[in-house]
Design a protein around this ligand. Structure first.
Ligand SMILES: [Zn+2]
Length: 291
């Protein structure tokens, strides 16, 4: 059985053919349409999967946003603006004439990371820190999805009641402070207008404000991890994403976590799958749902 795995993100769309042993047989990528309307996304997805569909037996989608009963809705309108209600599974099943499942991208990535951990791990949490902050929770060997698909959206938990407004509408979410977008938004003076990558590069050179912004992100994440440990009693937290996997970031998070009481500490690991975590996780979930 070959799975056509699709990853729908705020900036790019990826599709891959993945076999039973999780080898990628073919992979394609394109930019997410700028207009972010249902018609534009549907058109791009059709073009992306057309050369791959005939070699697949099922479709597995990982997508940003909330996925409930195969329907996508955007939690943060800045990520996928026009997609208030996009019937993802229905559309892709019609386009490909194949059975189809869909799951939130961070939940999918959490499952891929969980399946690559040692067998004795039954409870873990995945956090991706990139443009936004996403997550997925595995409890007692099961991926938490929730009744409405919201489980694991830990980037929208409270970090600072006096913090900036998040794209989701709440004030002071972890995402509004710790994410690449949050880091860039807080930059002032000569760093104003710089992206997180540039700011982190300046931090490495010893720039005081850049360093403070990086520390603020890492400390916010460490506090989130302590909260997660208190609520899930996980055995480890796996961190991914372009900010999360940047040089020295996990070490910094671990240092801040070390300042919390011992009860709230847990092992912090780097994600293994990086860019393909969503694709692998969706493919694994499809394989388990449709053996
Ligand atoms: Zn939020």
């Amino acid at each position: 059985m070959t799975t056509l795995a699709i990853d729908i993100g705020g900036t790019k769309l990826a599709a891959a053919l993945i076999d039973r042993e999780m080898n990628i047989l073919d992979r394609r990528e394109m930019a997410t349409p700028a207009s972010k309307t249902q018609d534009a996304l549907q058109g791009c997805l059709a073009g992306l999967v057309a050369p791959l569909t005939t070699r697949a037996q099922r479709v597995a989608i990982a997508s940003t946003g909330i996925i409930q009963n195969g329907v996508l809705s955007a939690i943060n309108p800045e990520n996928l603006g026009g997609l208030a209600h996009f019937p993802l599974v229905e559309v892709m099943a019609r386009l490909t004439a194949l059975p189809c499942i869909a799951v939130n991208d961070a939940q999918a990535a959490a499952w891929a990371e969980y399946r690559s951990l040692a067998a004795e791990v039954s409870d873990m949490v995945f956090i991706t820190v990139s443009t936004g902050v996403g997550g997925g929770i595995v409890s007692d060997g099961k991926l938490l999805v929730g009744t409405g698909g919201l489980a694991g959206h830990i980037g929208h938990t409270l970090a600072d009641p006096n913090g900036p407004r998040c794209g989701c509408g709440r004030i002071g979410c972890v995402e509004a402070i710790a994410s690449g977008r949050g880091i860039a938004a807080a930059a002032k003076g000569e760093l104003a207008g710089s992206d997180a990558k540039t700011i982190f590069a300046r931090a490495t050179q010893g720039h005081p404000q850049a360093n403070a912004l990086k520390q603020r992100s890492a400390q916010t994440l460490a506090r989130l991890i302590a909260d997660i440990k208190a609520s899930t009693d996980c055995q480890c937290v796996v961190i991914g994403g372009s900010v999360g996997l940047s040089e020295g970031y996990i070490e910094l998070v671990s240092t801040f976590l070390g300042e919390e009481p011992k009860t709230y500490r847990t092992q912090v690991l780097a994600a293994r799958h990086q860019h393909n975590a969503g694709l692998f996780g969706a493919a694994l979930l499809a394989q388990e749902a449709m053996p």
